[in-house]
Write a protein that binds this ligand. Structure first.
Ligand SMILES: Nc1ncnc2c1ncn2[C@@H]1O[C@H](COP(=O)(O)OP(=O)(O)OP(=O)(O)O)[C@@H](O)[C@H]1O
Ligand SMILES: [Mg+2]
Length: 132
């Protein structure tokens, strides 16, 4: 894995926007890192980089936000079981031929497709190491 060092929210957003160019239909990207690491900031850059102009908000309450029928942004922080995820129709999203962006994927381990891409964000203050 390579590492990019970001010094601001804007730099993380810009890096993610460029990273998005390497994503293809059916890709699932796991965004890893602690609470406040910058996963949603990264997701916002990705979604902009994929040509979506809509405002992006954290899907914490909706679990999944959909953009243009081809980008699915998951926040699984509050998912408590595989059964709950199944009942929310999570499996269908992975088969829709879009790009899935997943925060807190460890909570839906058994449901994730094989060969997910991974980005791991860590750091403190305004500095973040982005492993990709
Ligand atoms: N270099 C940086 N890159 C990204 N975010 C940064 C950076 N420096 C500071 N921040 C701040 O860190 C916070 C990241 O919040 P964000 O919602 O993206 O985290 P998250 O990983 O999605 O958390 P959660 O697990 O709660 O969903 C923002 O307040 C952002 O301004
Ligand atoms: Mg988030």
């Amino acid at each position: 894995m390579a590492v990019f060092c970001s010094h601001s929210e804007e730099e993380t957003y810009a890096f993610a926007k460029a990273y998005a160019k390497g994503l293809a239909p059916y890709d699932t990207l796991l965004l890893e890192g602690e609470m406040g690491a910058g996963k949603t900031v990264f997701a916002k850059g990705l979604i902009a980089g994929m040509g979506i102009a809509d405002e992006v908000t954290s899907p914490t309450y909706a679990y999944v936000n959909e953009y243009g029928g081809r980008i699915f942004h998951f926040d699984c922080y509050r998912i408590e079981s595989v059964a709950q995820a199944l009942s929310l129709g999570f499996l269908d999203y992975f088969e829709r031929g879009g790009v899935c962006i997943v925060e807190w994927g460890e909570n839906i381990k058994g449901l994730l497709p094989a060969n997910c891409k991974r980005v791991k964000i860590s750091g403190r203050g305004n500095v973040r190491e982005i492993e990709y």
